[in-house]
Design a binder for this molecule. Sequence first.
Ligand SMILES: Cc1cc2nc3c(=O)[nH]c(=O)nc-3n(C[C@H](O)[C@H](O)[C@H](O)COP(=O)(O)O)c2cc1C
Length: 333
Amino acid sequence: MSLYRFSQYPFRNGKQAQNRVVVPPMASKTADADGFVTDASRQHYQRLAEANAGIIFVEYSFVHQTGKGEANQMGASNDQQIAGLADLAAIIQKKGSLAGLQLVHAGGKTTTEITGTPLMAPSSIMVPVKDRPLEIPVSMTVEQIQEWVESFVQAAHRADKAGFDFVELHAAHGYGINQWLSPITNQRFDEYGVNIQGRSKLLFDIINRIKLEIPNILVAVRMPAQDHSEGGLEVHEMFWVVKQLENLGVDLIDVSSGIGGWRRQDGRTTEGYLVSDAALLKQSSSLPVIGVGGIETGKFIDEIICQRKVDFAAVGRAILKGPREWALVQMSS
Ligand SMILES: Cc1cc2nc3c(=O)[nH]c(=O)nc-3n(C[C@H](O)[C@H](O)[C@H](O)COP(=O)(O)O)c2cc1C
């Protein structure tokens, strides 16, 4: 079998991924208490860059203090943070990888101790997570929704100023935008709820503004193909969402899990445990797709690209363990 993992992938604007391996966003907890990049963050991404991946996503970074998810989370919420983020983009690009920055608002999946303000979400419904009860958030007003959109757009401007090739909107794992998409957490009756058209309006509003104001930056969306929870997002709804994302000019979709978080669902034990979900969404548009979930070997990556299940494979923990070592073993022909 030919070695699909090594093939380049052309995006817009002359940007090209040097191969089909992606380092997915992974929180390093290296930022300082105000979300600024530290020397430990620089070292961390220097190490990850040794994987020589096609794309490396810098971890989830909060777009506004009200959406901060944990202490030592990276921030893209003010202009002073741009310089540190620019260091990370440069470290990644120096090794030939495209650099992405993942943007997030945690919505109701955080604590008031961290945000300092009441938790914001589409509806006053506790976000279901496996291991702990969360606080009940406050349902947002239309004015607050517009402020959210603005926070994402301003953070995308910062990613652009920092020199990132990609901005990735985090719409998975039960964080803010996932809460808007999911019928479990979005039970609104206004234009931002009711059906999948309404529930995805906020995501589309953010993308429309980014495309209008920062047309050059590549846009990725990390999203579930389904929530994998009773009463949650279903595949047929996400088929429709992907089609709209294609029409809006999104460049890449990164398919992970939904409202319950990123961890492996019970019963999914094989390498590539979420690749079948990525393959489902790949059918509904011509957008390139990243698959993820326990992927460890170059051989497996070749197989899933050859079978047209995905275009890219994200390798998280296997690369985190030893980026250089992983590349030496799995990326040598
Ligand atoms: C330490 C750690 C931190 C993570 N942080 C994020 C994050 O910031 N954003 C995100 O979308 N996913 C995050 N994830 C999920 C990973 O991107 C990936 O989807 C998950 O680890 C499954 O891939 P793997 O089996 O190759 O590790 C994190 C995972 C790990 C292990």
